[in-house]
Design a protein around this ligand. Structure first.
Ligand code: PHB
Length: 369
């Protein structure tokens, strides 16, 4: 006998009742303007996917220096805030809560996209090895980043706050801090990328300081209950190495628990940034970290309807993200509900370009469903 679906149970996140437990997770699609301004094409894309219970808008940079790639949106200018409003309204059409993912890439950037043309800044001057930067002219080695001064760290913390305030002004219900995938927050957390000897490096208490300062700063502009945090505890993508990831991320989740956050968003061990890998031998079970967090937990990474239902039934997750399925199936919740067949993902148009591979995936006709 088929068990009852839980994906369509409502759930309260950040005090807001959501119509279902299906999450559109943040996905970089590079359809903003060259100045990081959201476009009408993005409005259409998010309207098409507004059947999710929670829409987490793609990684959105907090300053011009925070970016790695062209056509990624931002939340640092008045023009961007104004252009976000119709996008956010479109994503809210069917009752979804809509959060902005706030992003700073640190050493994953490159001088070719930095406003001053110099190498990016990071906790320590340690380049990424084993991976290459996705430049306009193909893959090239990462550069040695410049070390952030404490004054610059304070400026970045403040910029997260300003971006959070801008998100509220643009109509977002909340923000998600991107602390995953070897980007800036993760660079502070991991001892492989953080060799600092000041209050931001060394013991766990120091390496988590930046994360906690950023959350505290954002919480000056919106309630902590409207702030989510995303972690990828088992991933070493982009050279995110730590001598004891289990101790690190257990400590991080314990510190996040008790802040009254909207949610904890965990990336599954089989996901390495935008790619899929074999589960690392030393991976940390998602369930063990989720059990350390009392609030809502979102789990994302390689799931389908069946495995998503299992995460909910087993009490591991409260909501489930479906990235690739949502790219190819804008009406994914409806297809899940009606057990309709799913469209396959096409490689063309995942990053950049126009409507092809972005807004041209079909939705089911509403009649007859
Ligand atoms: C990507 O553009 O490939 C990308 C962006 C953000 C992530 C992971 C991958 O967190």
């Amino acid at each position: 006998m088929e068990r009852r679906s839980r994906l369509f149970d409502s759930v309260v996140v950040g005090g807001q009742p959501l119509p279902n437990r299906i999450v559109l997770p943040p996905l970089t699609r590079s359809r903003a303007t060259d100045h990081g301004v959201p476009t009408p094409l993005m409005e259409e894309y998010y309207r098409q996917r507004s059947g999710a219970g929670l829409v987490i808008i793609e990684g959105t940079v907090i300053t011009p220096q925070a970016t790695a790639y062209p056509r990624v949106p931002g939340l640092y200018s008045a023009e961007q805030v104004a252009a976000w409003r119709p996008v956010v309204a479109a994503a809210k059409r069917d009752g979804a809560a809509v959060y902005a993912q706030l992003w700073h890439v640190g050493r994953q950037s490159h001088s070719s996209v930095q406003p001053d043309g110099l190498p990016p800044k990071a906790p320590s001057p340690i380049p990424i090895t084993g991976f290459q930067y996705r430049s306009a002219n193909g893959r090239i080695p990462y550069e040695t980043p410049r070390e952030l001064t404490t004054a610059e760290i304070a400026d970045i913390v403040q910029a997260y706050g300003t971006a959070a305030r801008n998100a509220v002004r643009a109509g977002f219900d909340g923000v998600e801090l991107h602390a995953a995938n070897g980007y800036l927050v993760d660079q502070f957390l991991n001892d492989g990328s953080n060799h600092r000897t000041d209050q931001y490096g060394g013991p766990l208490e120091n390496r988590t300081r930046f994360l906690l300062e950023v959350i505290a700063e954002m919480a000056r502009h919106l309630p902590a209950g409207r702030i989510g945090v995303r972690l990828s505890p088992s991933s070493d993508w982009m050279d995110a190495h730590d001598s004891d990831k289990r101790a690190l991320y257990s400590a991080v989740v314990r510190r996040l628990n008790g802040l009254g956050l909207a949610y904890l968003h965990l990336v599954e061990p089989e996901i390495a940034g935008s790619t899929t890998v074999d589960r690392p031998a030393d991976s940390i079970p998602t369930a063990s970290l989720a059990s350390l967090f009392d609030g809502a937990v979102i789990v994302t990474g390689g799931h389908d309807q069946e495995s998503g239902e299992r995460l909910l039934a087993d009490g591991i997750a409260d909501l489930v993200g479906f990235g690739r399925l949502f790219i190819a199936n804008p009406d994914l919740p409806r297809r899940f509900r009606t057990r309709a067949p799913l469209e396959p993902l096409r490689p063309a148009g995942i990053y950049g370009g126009g409507p092809e591979g972005y807004t041209d995936y079909p939705s089911l006709a509403i009649s007859g469903v």
